[in-house]
Design a protein around this ligand. Sequence first.
Ligand code: PLP
Length: 360
Amino acid sequence: MTRTWNFSPGPAVLPEAVLRRAQAALWDLDGSGIGVLEHSHRGKEFMAVLARAEALVRQLAAVPDDYDVLFLQGGASSQFFMVPMNFLGGATADYCVTGVWSEKAVEEARRFGTVHVACSSAAAGHTYIPGAAETTWSTAPAYAHFTSNNTIYGTQWTGEPAVPAGVPLVCDASSDIFSRPIDVARYALIYAGAQKNLGPSGVTLVIVKKELVAKGARDLPTMLQYRTFAANQSMYNTPPTFGIYVLAEVLRWIDELGGLPAMAARNRAKADLLYAELDRSPVFKGVVRADARSQMNVTFRGRNAAEDAAFVAFATARGLSGLAGHRSVGGMRASIYNAMELGGVQALVEAMQAFAAAHA
Ligand SMILES: Cc1ncc(COP(=O)(O)O)c(C=O)c1O
């Protein structure tokens, strides 16, 4: 059977090696005679998986010792409220608004305090990343929040926003986590749903400074306090065991390929190939400003909506799936996360050229 090239924005393509290992582990995890879905989370086999997942997160991102690595549930969307619930307490937090996901994070934060929008690309349809000149920080905010990659629009920060010294920086890295090296020490908290770059849906990775965890509100339900998970190795209750298993295997795959620097080179090669085609195509054009182009979600359009629909159908017939843009923006979007092979992007470029030749 030939596999379809899967450009889905998430859940998304996973490395073949990971899928094959997971397939075997469903039947028998590490020679235990019991499948990964059937193991108790308190048994030594799953505890070894959990320890491996945490160790690989720490190793790949060089996570400093004064950070906790947590595996939570409820998706990145639950972090939209968990962060302000724990750390805002009626004060002001600064948000960089660069897309729908940051807007949703803002909406949740407003339930727990004041939101100061430090910068926003909304007026330009979120087609760029605001620079320092159009960003204003409030005085001593509880924290500053940004979304490192905007999955829907196809924009990505090239670095962190320049928050004033001492302001804890919080990042939703759901759609570019571990796609390139990250200096964890610059952040107070990083969160990411696993279903794009790290594994299946159902597990959310949180990397958080211990000092911040200790400051979290105490008058919250147990399951909504970070300290509960920090104090119990993410095992206060039954964790998402299968998701953590797959995540550990994805991290092993990243490590085997050479870690985050190798991911960055791999991702740059794919993105460069696709953007070069957009820059020369007589039919297709990139949607966002060149200096904000995402290496994970590449958004583009044909000359009109009918042509976009025709191209999506044309590509589907050639075994390229998931290319329709988000329903709120239209056009096309190719999600080329870590696990997407260069061959998939080459196949997409060939499809774009063949379509252009037939429709020029
Ligand atoms: C940047 C970003 N943040 C948050 C979310 C929401 O994640 P979840 O579905 O895990 O709640 C998404 C989902 O696509 C996303 O791309």
